[in-house]
Design a protein around this ligand. Structure first.
Ligand SMILES: CSCC[C@H](NC=O)C(=O)N[C@@H](C)C(=O)N[C@@H](CO)C(=O)O
Length: 674
């Protein structure tokens, strides 16, 4: 069967949907869809409207070479979005992200706000014409004019240097400073004319990095996480309220045992749902829980404290009786409703899919969400909140047909712990015709293989005849707290033995050829692939992407050193570091790393590569030849984002697997120039 997964060109061209917003009346849904640009070297995002009734086909709302994102409705139904599209009133000008408004009554989108530091995102109030935009300002800027002048001077001087006094200095793939995120109030967004900005937290100093403002329904206050520096390069995240009239900033929750971030405000404005993340240490694994914070000054009250899951709050029921949340659960991430009076939890959606971007209709009967699973990519659905019945709405794109089947597999860890996996089986796998297989290890490590990803698509490998096992070992979510505790600070133990138990179950199957199995992982999954390389010879090949190699080197050089230093003592780092076992490696490895990866810095990949060639059981020969390979991306980061590089990634992985697992030679992508 030919599917889009048979061809890498067809695969990268599949449309990718994300995000969903609902207007106040519950009559309009807007999502964004990324598609290839004409040169096929970038994705371009457009906004699409999806009919909540399911009667009309989805229709495209925006169209520009620059693309659009960050949709938010105003109470009057106008749609705000961000775009770097050109200002129609200016013939020239720099490409920077600006705020646009598409009127509910129809007509062209108009430019609402442009600023030197760009517009990052936009938040709107439910019932008032109040808008808060996020954007970058230089740390020393006193106001917007000053910021524009300083930026110009910096640009003209050609100086890119950044002087730091604190930590962190990098984040994912971005150099931090001298710009810092700010929140600006924008008055009368629904009206024409100028929209002067008011800097709401002028003294933010990097505290708003990676935070998202949440507005109360009346637009009188915003709530946000605020990062506070601590001694020794550490930090904590406190919960703050900013009064939009007075700009007064009040710290609502702050202690050294937890980080806090805001969920939605109750419809009557009396309570804020709060996510509390327990601060970790070598002995204490992370734990996520919910609080209801009375906004009249009362003490926070735990919500659903006994529920052994990590909820992500999405929306309130309109009468305030329930909080709609999603939570990783048993290989999916269903929608649940928590009764706010009793804390009792009711599961709403019943399928094995992962839900996000949930919003609730004004009558409280229906929810809308984005859903995906390993069978289908993200799509917009309507959920009946009483029955859980879920209907796929007419979406911007059809589901792509997948070349095989998906099964759930259970194995048993060394201590009797059940370990769940998804197994993707290619067409034709049978006892008479057993297929080669791949063990895929997820990153995090706190996470679960429960949603579609474009980065790691098992169907591309299924289309080439491989089965792909997607296990959730110790440290995975969806089982409850004990599964995270089981692997905390001891990555080489239960996470490893759980993966081996899952592999045992895999190779015991009659439809799997146990002699032709490889292991692959990215990030923490790459760490695990490296650990596997030094501890077993059972795999025919190993692919390790953006992987942690030497923990004593990784922990202080990653962009969030404080996080990893909390989990691992120096002894734990020694006990669990793959690089100390390089001398045991006798499996061909494909190392993949992007130079702009600040989460797992390139030093990990460079050191792994040199140590494989110099110190593994398969070192480079005296003519320099080696069974190992290093696929290096000079201009990619922790992810491989450019479509042409995703094609190279899969193409090289496939050729390496074919050579080492199947004993067949494949042509490498010609663009490699070899
Ligand atoms: C603030 S640092 C830790 C964040 C996160 N860990 C969560 O458990 C993380 O970034 N881990 C990376 C090393 C990693 O494994 N990333 C995964 C998942 O994001 C990946 O696939 O890239």
């Amino acid at each position: 069967m030919t599917t889009p997964f048979s061809s890498l060109d067809d695969f990268v061209a599949l449309p990718r949907l994300s995000g969903l917003v609902l207007n106040r009346e519950g009559t309009r849904l807007v999502t964004s869809v990324a598609t290839l640009d004409p040169r096929k070297t970038a994705y371009r995002t457009a906004l699409w409207e999806v009919d909540p009734t399911g009667e009309q086909p989805a229709r495209r709302l925006t169209r520009s070479a620059a693309g659009e994102s960050g949709a938010a409705f105003l109470p009057n139904g106008d749609l705000l979005f961000t775009s770097t599209r050109p200002d129609p009133d200016e013939s020239e000008g720099e490409k920077r992200s600006a705020l646009w408004r598409l009127p509910a009554a129809g007509g062209e989108a108009s430019l609402l706000l442009t600023r030197e530091g760009g517009v990052g995102g936009v938040a709107t109030a439910e019932a008032a014409d109040v808008v808060v935009v996020t954007g970058d300002s230089l740390a020393g800027s006193a106001n917007e004019e000053d910021d524009a002048e300083r930026r110009k001077a910096r640009k003209e001087s050609g100086v890119a240097a950044i002087l730091h006094t604190g930590y962190p200095v990098r984040y994912w793939d971005a150099d931090l400073g001298p710009g810092e995120p700010r929140y600006f109030a924008l008055k009368d967004a629904a009206a024409d004319g100028d929209h002067p900005l008011e800097d709401l937290v002028p003294s933010a100093r990097g505290g708003l990095r990676d935070a998202h403002p949440v507005l109360d329904p009346e637009g009188s206050a915003l709530f946000t996480a605020f990062t506070v520096p601590e001694e020794r390069g550490s930090q904590r995240t406190v919960l703050v309220r900013v009064d939009l009239a007075t700009r007064e900033l009040a710290v609502l929750l702050d202690d050294r045992e937890n980080d806090y971030s805001p969920g939605p405000v109750s419809p009557d404005g009396r309570f804020l749902a709060v996510v509390r993340n327990r601060r970790t240490s070598a002995d204490l694994a992370p734990r996520t829980s919910l609080l209801l914070l009375p906004l009249d000054g009362g003490a926070p009250v735990p919500l659903a404290e006994d529920w052994d899951r990590w909820p992500a709050p999405a929306a309130w029921l309109p009468d305030g009786s329930g909080l709609v949340v999603t939570a990783d659960d048993d290989g999916g991430a269903p929608v649940f409703v928590i009764d706010t009076a009793t804390g009792s939890v009711r599961r709403v959606t019943q399928d094995a899919a992962a839900y996000s971007d949930v919003s609730v209709s004004p009558d409280g009967a229906t929810a809308y969400a984005v859903r995906s699973s390993y069978l289908f990519p993200a799509e917009v659905v309507r959920i009946d909140l009483a029955s859980g019945t879920t209907v796929r709405l007419p979406n911007p794109a059809e589901r792509p047909e997948v070349p095989g089947t998906l099964e759930r597999v259970e194995s048993v860890g060394e201590d009797g712990q059940p370990v769940r996996s998804w197994l993707v089986l290619p067409e034709g796998a049978s006892a008479a015709s057993p297929v080669p297989a791949l063990l895929w290890i997820h990153g995090g490590p706190i996470g679960s293989w429960n949603a579609w990803t474009w980065r790691w698509s098992p169907w591309l490998l299924a289309a080439r005849g491989y089965a792909v096992l997607l296990p959730d070992p110790a440290l995975s979510t969806g089982y409850g707290q004990h599964m995270v505790d089981r692997g905390w600070g001891a990555w080489g133990q239960a996470p490893y033995t759980d993966l081996m138990a899952a592999t045992d179950t895999l190779v015991a199957r009659e439809d799997i050829d146990g002699a032709r199995v490889a292991a692959m992982g990215g990030s923490f999954g790459g760490y695990m692939a490296n650990w596997i390389a030094g501890h077993t010879d059972r795999f025919a090949a190993i692919v390790t992407h953006a992987s942690l190699w030497a923990l004593d080197q990784f922990a202080p050089t990653t962009d969030a050193a404080y996080y990893w230093q909390r989990e691992m003592t120096p002894e734990a780092m020694r006990e669990n570091s793959p690089h100390l076992h390089v001398g045991e490696i006798r499996t061909p490895m494909l190392v993949i790393h992007g130079d702009k990866d600040y989460r797992v810095p390139i030093g990990e990949g460079l050191r792994l590569w040199y140590e494989l060639l110099s110190a593994s059981k398969l070192p480079a020969d005296d003519d320099g030849s080696t069974p190992h390979r290093f696929l290096y991306f000079p201009d990619e980061n922790h992810w491989i984002l450019k479509p042409q590089h995703a094609r190279i990634w899969y193409g090289v992985v496939e050729a390496f697997l074919a050579s080492n697992v199947l004993g067949e030679e494949r042509e490498l992508p010609p663009e490699l120039g070899l």
